[in-house]
Structures are given as structure tokens and as C-alpha cells.
Design a protein around this ligand. Structure first.
Ligand code: HEM
Length: 487
């Protein structure tokens, strides 16, 4: 009995000590948050929802109400100006629309990609995802080595040689649309563009035919969508994994991620065998990915994982073009503008994705003190640069919500560091030329051959899956050009 009391006494004592330690740790953390507030509160910003969680409750509320978080950023940019502060516990993020700072930060390798976002994307819910691939690599030298190796597969010269593939896949889409027009079947344009862009990237990048337009049972479109949706929850809500109700979704995301990586392993091995057997292989992205391994014959585990990181990066980034074709199609199908398939105007029209940039923004870490718009900013913050927000500010674009491709007429004044759908500087999109060629080929054929009318219920609402997509799918009735609409 005495022994029992003694043990119970010790346990009680230990528990009190433990509680005391937790309390002290919590107080220290609160003091640290206070110190951060004192350090950065001279920067304008909306009032915090709470001392500890800062603005996170507002942002989480926006997301759970199915609103688009960059719309909140826009509202705050209009209220608080070219640089404003968002707090979340001890972390401070600045939203910047000041063109001079955008230029200074994005154009310089001095400011690495922000680890809050990019380091986190190494995994998705514990399953390796983008790893240290091109989009997420933060160490400049590691990134630069990969980028140099990949560059040749994205040169204009190489891509011009791939024009046949762009053309052939676009023709398959036209055949499909012609069938739909003949049978008066409604077309989900976003889904169809998704299939084409995936078909193009797998053929041009990896030499693999998927033919998704005609095979509806492929697991890849769904796997990519799951990864993108998972990415948004994983990045923006660190409590998401804690709720049992999300377990099923998280497992599906992890399985999708595994599918992409195991497919990458298989395709890379097949290509490696082809190279070893002396076969004639294309100088495509897969061949370049193989070169990122130090020794191509006996590839170490780390190198293999890095190759898979880049495989997943290209597989997913390659479908970005889809969002950028869907938007103009929406506008055209709402009969607001008729561009008759003229190439120069298609370019202008594609740039109109200004209002709905597929990738809404990027972010960088600021390791040294800087001054933004006259406000001194102490080192240690992350800066978000949102092309979506800039494209909607009337100080940069007159009547910004107006559909006006003339803004991008070659003779019009160039936007000064406030328009960057492909990001800017050394970490800008490697696939920009690829995406523009692909989009132009598809759009030109589409507009020369078909007229569209949107079905009722279609909206401009955005589905935020990390990259922006039209929520309602751009479902259209299609007619051969010149054909009168059915009554
Ligand atoms: C319209 C289509 C596209 C848009 C709007 C777009 C936009 C972007 C943006 C904004 C970034 C910077 C991302 C960041 O800072 O987090 C980026 C990076 C990247 N994109 Fe794209 N992209 C498109 C298509 C593509 C395609 C088709 C590919 C490949 C085939 C591609 C490959 C990449 C890669 C590899 C990077 C990382 C570059 C680096 O850090 O070195 N993108 N893209």
C-alpha cells in the first residue's frame, strides 16, 4: 500500500512537472509570437483573428466556404496596398504587388523558393511527391544542375520538331468534337482539354501513347486530379490529417501519388533498357531525366528518387496548359469575342488568362533585410507574388475585369512586373514555350472549325486545385462552323 502511494505520488509529481514544462514552453512560444508581432507589425495588414493563429482562421474559413483564397488576397491588397502582412502563429507572410520588389526578388537567385510551400511539397501526407525535383528544389546549385540538363528538351528548335505530335493530338480532339457536333452531344471542354494535354505531355515528354480521348478507363487523369486536390489541403491546412473523416481521401491521394511514381519507375526502366540496348531513343524529357542521375548504368537510390521527382513534376506541370485553354474557350463560347482563328489574336487571347492564371502565384523567402514601397522589412519572411491579384488591380490594368485582348497587342505598353502567368526570372516556367505552342495549335484548329454555345449553368467560378480550373467544366454545345444552331 505504501509502495502504491509512493509510486502514485511520484507519478503525480512527474505529471505536475510535465504540465509545468508544457506551460513554460507554451509561454515561451507566446513570447516568441509577441516578439514576431513587434518585429513586423509596422507593416500594414488586416486585423488578426487571434493572437496565436493570426489570420489563419479567416483563410481557412474562405477555403471551407468554397471561396478562392486569392480573392481574399485581392480584397486585402486593395485595402492595405502594395505590401501587407499575414500572420499564422510565429510565421509572417507578405503579399506583395509592388512591381519593383517583384522584379528585384523574382529576377534574382538570391531569394530562394519559400520552404513553407516548396519543402512541404517534398511529400504529400507522408508519400514522396515532388521531392527535390525542378519545381521544389530550393538549393540553387542542385536546382541549376537539373535545369541545365532539362533545358535542351524545351528549346524552341527541339519543340518545333515535336510540332507533328501537337498537331496529331489536336486533330484527334477535332475528330472527337466533330462526332459530338454530328450527334448533338454536349462537350465538357475542360475534360477534353485535360485529355489532350495529358496525351501530348506523355507522348512528347515520355514517348508513351495514352490516347485518353478514346480510352475513358485510364487511371491517370483521376490520379493527377487527386494529387492536386490533396496538395491544396496539405499545404493550406496543417490540421487536415488529424480528422478521421479525411482518412479515406488522404489514402486515395497517397495511392494516386504512388501510381504516378510507380509508372515513372516503369517508363524510366524501359527507357534505360532501350539506351543500354543501343536503340535509337528520342532526345525527349525522359532521356534528359535519365541524365540527372550521376551514373546512368548503375543508378543509386537517391538518383532514382530524384528522377521520379522530376517525372511527377512534368506529368503534373504538363497538364497546366489545360486550364489556360479552357478559359478563353469559355469566353469565346459566351460569344463575347470572335477571333476567327487568327494567330496573332490567339496569342493575345491566350494571354488573357491574365485574369485566370493557371498557376495563381509563387513565393520566395527573404533572407536579408529589404525595403518594400518605402517600408523596411526585416529578414526572415516569405513573400507571396500573386499574378491573379495583380491582374485584377486597376492601378495596373484599366478596367481589369474586361475581356480585352488588345491589352496585349504588340504595340500596347508592356505591363511592368505585374503580369507573370509563367513566373519570372531563373525559376520561371520551363514549359512556357511548350505550353504556348500546344495551346496555339489546339485553339487555332478549334476556332477555325467549330462554334460553341455554353449550356446553362456554366460559370466563371474557379476550382482551386493549386492550379486554377473552371469549376463547371465549360460544358458546351458544339456546331461545325457556319452551321445554324439547332432550335
Ligand atoms: C499554361 C501552362 C503553364 C503555366 C501557366 C505554367 C506556369 C508556371 C509557373 C507560374 C511556374 C512557377 C511555379 C512556382 O514558382 O511555384 C512554373 C514552373 C514550372 N513549369 Fe510551368 N506552366 C505551364 C505549363 C508547363 C508545362 C507544359 C510544363 C512542362 C512540360 C511546365 C513545367 C514547369 C517546370 C519544370 C517548372 C519549374 C521550373 C524551375 O523552377 O526551374 N509548365 N510553371
Amino acid at each position: 500500500m505504501t509502495l502504491f502511494h509512493l509510486i502514485a505520488g511520484w507519478i503525480g509529481y512527474l505529471l505536475i512537472c510535465l504540465l509545468g514544462l508544457i506551460l513554460i514552453a507554451f509561454l515561451c512560444f507566446c513570447l516568441y509570437i509577441k516578439y514576431i508581432h513587434l518585429k513586423y507589425d509596422h507593416i500594414p495588414g488586416p486585423p488578426r483573428d487571434s493572437f496565436i493563429f493570426g489570420h489563419s482562421p479567416t483563410l481557412l474559413r474562405e477555403m471551407s466556404n468554397d471561396r478562392f483564397v486569392h480573392d481574399k488576397f485581392l480584397e486585402w491588397a486593395e485595402t492595405y496596398g502594395p505590401v501587407y502582412r499575414i500572420n499564422g502563429m510565429h510565421v509572417v507572410v507578405l503579399c506583395v504587388t509592388c512591381p519593383e520588389t517583384t522584379k528585384e526578388v523574382l529576377m534574382s537567385p538570391k531569394y530562394p523558393k519559400d520552404s513553407l510551400v516548396y519543402k512541404r511539397l517534398f511529400n504529400l501526407f507522408g508519400q514522396r511527391f515532388f521531392g527535390n525535383g525542378l519545381i521544389t528544389a530550393q538549393n540553387h546549385d542542385e536546382w541549376y544542375k537539373q535545369r541545365r540538363i532539362m533545358d535542351p528538351a524545351f528549346s524552341s528548335l527541339y519543340l518545333r520538331g515535336q510540332m507533328g505530335v501537337f498537331n496529331e493530338r489536336a486533330e484527334k480532339l477535332m475528330d472527337k468534337l466533330a462526332d459530338m457536333a454530328d450527334t448533338n452531344t454536349a462537350a465538357n471542354m475542360h475534360h477534353l482539354f485535360n485529355c489532350v494535354t495529358l496525351d501530348v505531355i506523355t507522348k512528347v515528354a515520355f514517348g508513351v501513347e495514352l490516347d485518353l480521348l478514346n480510352k475513358s478507363d485510364s487511371p491517370f487523369p483521376n490520379a493527377i486530379e487527386m494529387c492536386l486536390k490533396g496538395m491544396v489541403h496539405y499545404l493550406r491546412d496543417s490540421t487536415f490529417q488529424l480528422y478521421p473523416k479525411n482518412k479515406k481521401f488522404i489514402n486515395e491521394v497517397k495511392k494516386s501519388c504512388q501510381l504516378l511514381r510507380s509508372t515513372g519507375r516503369q517508363w524510366i526502366n524501359e527507357r534505360k533498357m532501350a539506351v543500354q540496348n543501343g536503340e535509337d531513343v528520342p532526345k525527349d524529357i525522359l532521356t534528359q531525366i535519365l541524365k540527372t542521375a550521376d551514373k546512368e548504368e548503375n543508378i543509386a537510390n537517391d538518383d532514382e528518387e530524384l528522377m521520379l521527382d522530376n517525372f511527377v513534376t512534368f506529368f503534373i506541370a504538363g497538364t497546366c496548359t489545360c486550364g489556360c485553354i479552357s478559359r478563353p474557350t469559355f469566353k469565346l463560347s459566351s460569344s463575347l469575342f470572335d477571333i476567327m482563328g487568327k494567330s496573332k489574336e490567339i496569342s493575345q487571347d491566350l494571354r488573357k488568362k491574365l485574369l485566370y492564371p493557371t498557376a495563381p502565384g509563387t513565393s520566395r523567402f527573404i533572407p536579408n533585410d529589404i525595403v518594400i514601397n518605402g517600408i523596411p522589412i526585416p529578414a526572415g519572411v516569405s513573400c507571396v507574388f500573386s499574378s491573379y491579384v495583380c491582374g485584377r488591380l486597376d492601378k495596373f490594368f484599366e478596367d481589369p475585369l474586361k475581356f480585352d485582348p488588345e491589352r496585349f497587342h504588340p504595340d500596347a505598353a508592356k505591363p511592368y512586373y505585374c503580369y507573370y502567368p509563367f513566373a519570372l526570372g531563373p525559376r520561371s516556367c520551363l514549359g512556357q514555350t511548350f505550353a504556348q505552342m500546344e495551346a496555339k495549335v489546339v485553339m487555332a484548329k478549334l476556332l477555325q472549325r467549330f462554334d460553341f454555345s455554353l449550356l446553362p449553368g456554366q460559370s466563371f467560378d474557379v476550382l482551386d486545385t493549386g492550379t486554377l480550373r473552371p469549376k463547371s467544366g465549360v460544358v458546351c454545345n458544339i456546331r461545325h462552323r457556319g452551321q445554324t444552331p439547332a432550335a
